[in-house]
Design a protein around this ligand. Structure first.
Ligand code: CO
Ligand code: CO
Length: 328
């Protein structure tokens, strides 16, 4: 079933939006569900798992955990506890399984969360990820619905992990480049989230399988605004720039524009490799943050104080004929 149809089915299967405790539900394609616990606390709940992005089991565990934890950060939350979710083939050796779990445990600890349990099934292919529970103040949720025309857009990790992961699998990256890409994917979005909360942002998402433009489209639709990006401002992982120029990207560079390209106006003058990088899938990408223009300088100062490479990439504008614009 195509992903678009699947999202449709899942949304209709859930009638929970009417419950007043549900602050963020499935209707706005957000990163995680947010459920009010009491006046000052809400739970942030999410689950994410996938087959190996890289062959090394320790790095795969780290990346899968950082990716799952990221959805809590993208809601302005703080991770509290995690559950491992795994599918392992019967013949998989225990050393590999231990390395995956160790990588995830490292990231869980780094996030200040506790491992509370998990569930493993036998499966034809390796699958691993986490269910994460976090906490957020109900007034500090950074939901997809929080962008306004005039907001500035910031991105906190370079694009290009789809291309990099594809190249790692085909052994087209040097060890140094591969390590840098894996480190980027395994990096938590904790500091980026701290910076956006300190600056008073109320809208963010993290960039994963639908790429920059796909996740931006969720903010655009959730907030009823259009988002305009400037291709020349997009931070790109250095090796991925060269890979994209040679046409080496992940399947998302083709699949994503087929799925929602009609909602994206790519201006003439945008080099094709840059629009492809903007469409391509990311793994454990950065936060895309929309913030009121008068708070943008504060956000930049908070990034600087935490060594977060957050850069200005565009702005929210009144809804036009498209949800997303990519300008040169
Ligand atoms: Co997300
Ligand atoms: Co997710």
């Amino acid at each position: 079933m195509p992903l678009g149809d699947l999202a449709h089915v899942l949304r209709h299967a859930n009638a929970g939006d009417a419950d007043a405790r549900l602050l963020v539900g499935p209707g706005t394609f957000d990163d995680a569900g947010v459920v009010r616990f009491d006046a000052n606390r809400a739970l942030v709940q999410t689950v994410d798992f996938f087959p190996p992005i890289v062959d090394d089991p320790l790095w795969f565990g780290r990346i899968a955990a950082a990716n799952a934890l990221s959805d809590v950060y993208a809601m302005g939350g703080r991770p509290l506890s995690v559950l491992n979710i795994a599918g392992f083939p019967e013949e998989l050796d225990t050393t590999t399984i231990e390395a995956i779990l160790q990588g995830a445990a490292e990231k869980t600890k780094e996030a200040g969360a506790v491992l509370a349990g998990g569930h493993t099934i036998r499966s034809g292919e390796v699958l691993f990820g986490l269910s994460v529970t976090g906490e957020v103040h109900p007034d500090r949720v950074t939901a997809n619905t929080g962008a306004n025309p005039g907001d500035k857009l910031y991105l906190t990790k370079p694009l290009g992990m789809g291309a990099a992961a594809t190249a790692i699998k085909k052994e087209k990256l040097s060890l140094e480049q591969a390590l840098a890409a894996m480190e980027q994917m395994a990096r938590l979005n904790d500091k980026a989230a701290e910076a956006m909360l300190a600056a008073g942002a109320r809208c963010a998402t993290d960039i994963t399988g639908y790429g920059l433009l796909g996740h931006a489209r969720n903010i655009a639709r959730g907030s009823g605004v259009a988002l305009r990006f400037f291709a020349s401002k997009l931070p790109i992982f250095p090796a991925s720039l060269e890979l994209a120029k040679k046409g080496m990207l992940s399947g998302g560079a083709k699949r994503n524009p087929e799925s929602f390209g009609a909602d994206c106006a790519i201006a003439r003058g945008v080099p094709e490799f840059l629009s492809q990088l903007a469409f391509d899938s990311e793994t454990s990408g950065g936060l895309l943050i929309a913030i009121a223009p008068e708070k943008a300088a504060k956000l930049e100062a908070e990034f600087l104080a935490r060594a977060v490479p957050g850069v200005f990439v565009g702005e929210a504008i009144a809804k036009t004929t498209t949800w997303i614009e990519l300008q040169p």
